[in-house]
Write a protein that binds this ligand. Structure first.
Ligand code: PMP
Length: 420
């Protein structure tokens, strides 16, 4: 363990990070710091950030108020464990529980962990109320719920799951937004897990009809309906929860990504009929409800629930939608924009077929133009800016994206002409 350790080699804004597991790219741009909706790379170049740490940093970068709160809590005690209580944790739980028909909150650290808890609670509920054999879990096509064994079992994409099989049994996938498929649900189903808008799987929003029939069917059979709001929650769609936006009435809501605006934290919000069945020891998490993360999340919650905050998100979302529509109208390689609020995107396609390579080129060209964007599904441009981004930056970011799309479209047209 002695001698020289090679800590990574730099190439401009990039670092080759071969000691980070290969499930991530070996070469990545280093982000050093940011302010509001902008970030800087290690060469000092500034970008408009439409990625927000993958829909995490809802209040943007470089927040001194959050830094002060975290530092204050760390000076007091960095961690308490769930053997003891800490005030920020208890206070945050109270606010989250009051946000819907919930009785209690289970804290974890990641979206997967929140969903893992939700799936376990659904099974425990069915087992205790209906007995063994009622353990079925249903999720939907293109749904994404995480990478731990349980949450992965409910994730639809085969390539994410297959190398790790056998996974948790008893999971079925039904077609998303297909009302007739919901007839398959019955009392043997313990839980249904679904995203109000599919974050990783292509930005399809749940239809109001599907939301209504799904809520009703789950109620009828006493199936625990879990809304995975890890990406759609906390104001992203213009309402507190994506469920509010699409008209879904879940029993359990899971939250994570933006809950502490960048610190790891998750919450699984549960109703009384499940909470009353739980006893100490049924489930747990060492770091869940860490006071530093919860104190920051309390501040985030105050900001989010401040009068006018969500109205402003709705307006910004409309701006984003109009911008994307105008960009897509000018390019033959873009399809029809979709999404809700501040989670929107547009498919990249040629002759109606997905064009993932062109999407990759657009993401890179956007970076060159000075705006960072995301991918969703195989071929969707995904934009998930900080919710409080200023209008001026939103407009400028869209203009940069437009230039990037124009450049890639022109190059593509030149290439296809020379191949003809
Ligand atoms: N559910 C949804 C809807 C998500 O978007 C994600 C992350 N992309 C997860 C669950 C998993 O979250 P995590 O990576 O924090 O485990």
């Amino acid at each position: 363990m002695t001698g020289h350790v090679q800590e990574g080699s730099y190439d401009g804004a990039y670092i080759s990070n071969t000691k980070i597991a290969h499930c991530y790219a070996n070469r990545a741009m280093v982000l050093t710091d940011g302010r509001g909706a902008t970030v800087r790379d290690r060469t000092g170049r500034r970008y408009i950030d439409f990625t927000a740490g993958i829909a995490v940093n809802i209040l943007g970068h470089g927040r001194r108020d959050l830094a002060r709160i975290a530092a204050r809590e760390m000076r007091r005690r960095i961690h308490a464990s769930n053997l003891f209580a800490s005030v920020p944790t208890v206070q945050l739980a109270a606010h989250l529980v009051a946000s819907g028909p919930f009785a209690a909150c289970f804290f974890g650290n990641s979206g997967s962990e929140a969903n893992e808890a939700a799936l376990k609670f659904a099974r425990l509920y069915a087992h205790r109320t209906r007995g063994a054999g009622h353990h079925g879990i249903v999720s939907f096509s293109q749904g994404f719920h995480g990478r731990t064994m349980g949450s992965l079992s409910a994730t639809h994409k085969g390539s994410y799951r297959e190398p790790f099989e056998p996974l948790v049994g008893g999971v079925r996938y039904l077609p998303f937004n297909d009302v007739s498929a919901l007839a398959e649900l019955d009392a043997r189903t313990a839980g249904v897990i679904v995203e109000p808008i599919q974050g990783e799987g292509g930005l399809t929003a749940m239809s109001r009809e599907f939301a209504s029939v799904l809520s009703e069917t789950c109620r009828e059979h006493d199936i625990v309906l879990i809304a995975d709001e890890v990406q759609s929650g906390m104001g992203r769609t213009g309402r507190l929860y994506g469920s509010n936006t699409v008209g879904l009435a879940p029993d359990i809501v899971t939250l994570s990504k933006p809950l502490a605006a960048g610190l790891p934290l998750s919450a699984t919000l549960i109703p009384e009929r499940i909470n009353e069945l739980l006893s100490p020891g049924d489930h747990g998490s060492t770091f869940g409800g860490n006071p530093v993360a919860c104190a920051v999340a309390l501040r985030v919650w105050r900001e989010l629930t401040r009068t006018g905050f969500l109205d402003r998100v709705v307006q910004a979302g409309e701006r984003l939608e109009a911008g994307l529509q105008s960009i897509s109208a000018q390019s033959p390689i873009l399809g029809t924009p979709r999404g809700l609020g501040m989670l929107r995107g547009v498919p990249v396609e040629t002759d109606g077929e997905p064009a993932p390579d062109l999407l990759g080129r657009i993401i890179e060209q956007a970076r060159v133009e000075g705006v960072l964007i995301l991918r969703s599904g195989t071929n969707m441009i995904r934009l998930a800016p900080p919710l409080n981004i200023r209008d001026r930056l939103l407009t400028e970011g869209l203009a940069r994206l437009e230039r990037a799309v124009e450049q890639v479209t022109n190059d593509y047209e030149k290439e296809t002409r020379t191949h003809e």
